[in-house]
Write a protein that binds this ligand. Structure first.
Ligand code: SAM
Ligand code: DTB
Ligand code: SF4
Length: 331
């Protein structure tokens, strides 16, 4: 099927695999043209939303995600760290705000958080929110009650990725199911939190798996507000170290298709930017990416430093998106 140009960019939840496949296979210039056109219908052009990540609990995770340096099953030489103190997290959030981030995302290497840890994390969320930053957390599986507890603490976004297609998923993770992930996303929505949900490219998935990931994301009852598209960061010791790298232009195509299928979402050019040229990143922005992780570290691996990103944005004439109005009670 050939997607009709006028229908592209409408909010739909009934995508079929052949439709997504044909979108991904459009001549690149047509795909980029449509993506940028639709981008401008729904978003302020030339702006980029900036989130800073912090790993608040690192390593020793019981899950077996084949890409992840934090799984206890792989020897990656990563030093484990217990849950951070609230004051130390607040300090890091303040630094992120001063550097220009508008959202602070706290990540923990959990399968799911324990009640006592969640109480501490809720305090972190309150403190970070009081700084006037948007808050995001990624803590693994959540029950509906846990999602509500985070919402009550002032959490804005919850990140929980589908990672890949339902068909390929079993080759990447065996310790929890695709349905577990969908259940967490439903719990997060039920608590009226905003959803950040995307996936990873470069894990050995087929073009049809990429289409399947995008189709599953776009056919969720409500599109995620934020869609991170990660390129695998290969970490020695993980099963995916040495996987064939994704063709950079296929990465760009996936971003463009995400933009067209979820027109109102922020599409985040996420992990993997450290190895990308400025020109490749520019193509990703042209394809409709309008968000990045900002700061020299992702969770445990590197990200371009602040100076490089400031210069990239300046070279491209992009400006940071301003923070949505937020009650500021401190600093
Ligand atoms: N443990 C929680 C979970 O898995 O939901 C939260 C943290 S986990 C590190 C968050 C996401 O980071 C994963 O779902 C995956 O998409 C991404 N990620 C982890 N390792 C990565 C890597 N090496 N390259 C790219 N993305 C990665
Ligand atoms: C997402 O999609 N990417 C971020 C965030 N959500 C939590 C994490 C990327 C992690 C890359 C590997 C690391 O630094 O440990
Ligand atoms: Fe654990 Fe999350 Fe890493 Fe999977 S991605 S091993 S759940 S920290």
């Amino acid at each position: 099927m050939n997607p009709s140009a006028s229908a592209l960019g409408t909010v739909r939840h009934d995508w079929t695999l052949p439709e997504v496949t044909s979108l991904l296979g459009l001549p690149l210039m047509d795909l980029l043209y449509h993506a940028q056109r639709v981008h401008r219908q729904h978003h302020e052009p030339n702006t980029v939303q900036m989130s800073t990540l912090l790993s608040i609990k690192t390593g020793a995770c019981p899950e077996d995600c084949a890409y992840c340096p934090q799984s206890v099953r792989y020897d990656t030489g990563l030093e484990r760290e217990e849950l951070m103190e609230v004051a130390a997290v607040r300090e890091r959030a303040l630094c992120a705000k001063e550097a220009g981030a508008t959202r602070f995302c706290m990540g923990a290497a959990y399968r799911s958080p324990k009640a006592k840890d969640l109480r501490v994390i809720a305090r972190m969320v309150r403190e970070v929110s009081a700084l006037g930053l948007e808050t995001c957390a990624t803590l693994g599986m959540l029950t509906a009650e846990q999602a509500r507890e985070l919402k009550d603490a002032g959490l804005d976004y919850y990140n929980h990725n589908l990672d890949t297609s339902p068909e390929f998923y079993g080759q990447i993770i065996t310790t929890r199911t695709y349905q577990d992930r969908l259940d967490t996303l439903a719990a997060v929505r039920a608590a009226d939190l905003k959803v950040c949900c995307g996936g990873i490219l470069g894990m050995g998935e087929s073009p049809s798996d990429r289409a399947g990931l995008l189709m599953t994301l776009a056919n969720l009852p409500q599109h995620p507000e934020s869609v991170p598209i990660n390129q695998l960061v290969q970490v020695p010791g993980t099963p995916l170290a040495g996987a064939a790298p994704v063709d950079p232009l296929d990465f760009v195509r996936t971003i463009a298709a995400a933009r067209l299928m979820m027109p109102r979402a922020h599409v985040r050019l996420s992990a993997g930017r450290q190895g990308m040229s400025d020109e490749l990143q520019a193509l990703c922005f042209l394809a409709g990416a309008n968000s990045i992780f900002y700061g020299e570290k992702l969770l445990t691996t590197g990200n371009p430093d602040v100076e490089r990103d400031r210069s990239l944005l300046a070279r491209l004439g992009l400006r940071p998106e301003s923070a949505p109005h937020h009650e500021e009670t401190a600093a």
